[in-house]
Design a protein around this ligand. Structure first.
Ligand SMILES: NC(=O)c1ccc[n+]([C@@H]2O[C@H](COP(=O)([O-])OP(=O)(O)OC[C@H]3O[C@@H](n4cnc5c(N)ncnc54)[C@H](O)[C@@H]3O)[C@@H](O)[C@H]2O)c1
Length: 358
């Protein structure tokens, strides 16, 4: 069991049964325990959790509709109303059992209700294990704007047990994989090289690389909880990625990892065009991303729409679109201002890749 102390949060990586989970539950034995799941984790992960920890048999289960399109205020309102009807108090405990949508929204729900209840994350998707459940950001979307509403409050405990990945659909691994590649590209060339060799689901389950990713996120988030400096490196691929994801959210939604995969290619392209990243390194990254993620075509309406969303990005400062760029594989810089012309050129370049990859 690897234990990582992240300021006021404890992260344990290893089998849940050998973790401190049971002990923590005991400390809430006179309180209500609420397990938040979505439709899929209700069917695939909940039984294992409840049968492994009998004290959870009397826990209340809150079922959220699955999917990013449901990471919205209306759903939170329903949950807060249910919490109020059940008479839950601020000393009760919320256990979020699910992917990033459940941990983001469950964390938000718990951190707002009665000015904040304790919550624990038990991430069940690769993406939630390496990213969403770590670092304290909770939130929901507002129309096409991703994570526009939220809080920064850490889960008191995060339990990363890769056994939950057994039921994760194959395509979901690629969402987590995008964030893992991000960690490699911004901080750890060796991790990137190792990730490049992944070929099957078994590879994605490797605890060693999951641990490395969590360590990188914890180090960046702990030094800069409120995202004013180094933590911004974690946005690599996300300036384009969030806007692309937001643009397609209401018409033909694409997954977060897919959008970030395309976004990392975009931001690597700009890094290369600006003479920061070598052509060889860019081509290596591009080849990996193109063979892993289906690239999309952006018509002129999409280019305009994506740029408009980029102007509304939370990461902007003084109306300027900012992005992470990489200098080499494993080294990056943040707060780079992007201009509209290079964004347009980049979106057109990505469209060309889409045409050649299909
Ligand atoms: N808070 C942060 O720092 C942070 C960082 C990165 C991403 N995010 C957020 O995370 C979200 C994406 O997370 P995600 O990719 O996990 O999406 P998700 O929660 O929608 O999970 C993906 C799909 O897998 C299913 N699933 C999850 N675990 C399963 C399991 N073990 N077995 C079977 N099915 C399972 C879910 O029901 C869902 O259908 C986005 O909303 C993104 O904004 C947050």
């Amino acid at each position: 069991m690897l234990k990582i102390k992240s300021q006021d949060s404890n992260i344990e990586i290893g089998p849940l049964l050998s973790s401190s989970f049971s002990e923590v539950l005991t400390s809430y034995k006179n309180q209500n325990i609420i397990i938040i799941v979505d439709e899929n984790t209700h069917d695939t992960c909940l039984e294992y959790l409840i049968t492994s920890f009998p004290s959870l048999e009397k826990a209340e289960v809150i079922l959220l509709p699955k999917g990013e399109e449901n990471k919205v205020m209306e759903v939170c309102m329903q949950v807060w109303n249910a919490f109020t009807e059940y008479g839950f108090g601020r000393h009760d405990l919320v256990v979020n059992l699910g992917g990033g949508v459940v941990t983001d929204m469950g964390g938000f729900i718990a951190s707002i209700y009665k000015r904040g209840m304790d919550f624990i994350h038990v991430p069940t998707s690769l993406l939630a294990m390496v990213d969403a459940a770590i670092g304290g950001k909770n939130g929901i979307d507002l129309g096409p704007f991703k994570n526009q509403l939220g809080t920064i409050i850490k889960a008191r405990n995060v339990y990363v047990d890769t056994a939950f990945l057994e039921s994760l659909p194959e395509q979901e691994f690629y969402n987590g994989y995008a964030e893992m590649l991000k960690y490699g590209l911004i901080r750890d060339a060796e991790l990137y090289t190792d990730l490049k060799t992944y070929q099957s689901e078994k590879d994605f389950n490797q605890s060693k690389n999951i641990e490395k990713c969590i360590q990188i996120k914890v180090a960046l988030a702990d030094n800069d909880l409120r995202d004013k400096g180094e933590r911004m490196l974690l946005n690599f691929g996300h300036t384009f990625g969030h806007a692309i994801e937001g643009y397609f959210l209401q018409s033909k939604p694409i997954s977060h990892g897919h959008a970030v995969g395309i976004g990392m290619c975009a931001e690597s392209y700009i890094s290369m065009r600006r003479g920061l990243l070598s052509k060889d390194a860019f081509e290596d990254i591009q080849a990996l991303l193109v063979r892993t993620y289906p690239f999309l075509e952006f018509n002129e309406k999409a280019v305009t729409g994506i740029i408009a969303l980029m102007y509304n990005d939370k990461k902007n400062e003084n109306g300027k679109i900012l992005s992470v760029l990489i200098n080499s594989i494993g080294s990056a810089s943040f707060r780079n201002e992007l201009n509209e012309v290079e964004i347009q050129e980049t979106l057109r370049y990505l469209s060309m890749l889409s045409a050649s990859s299909n």
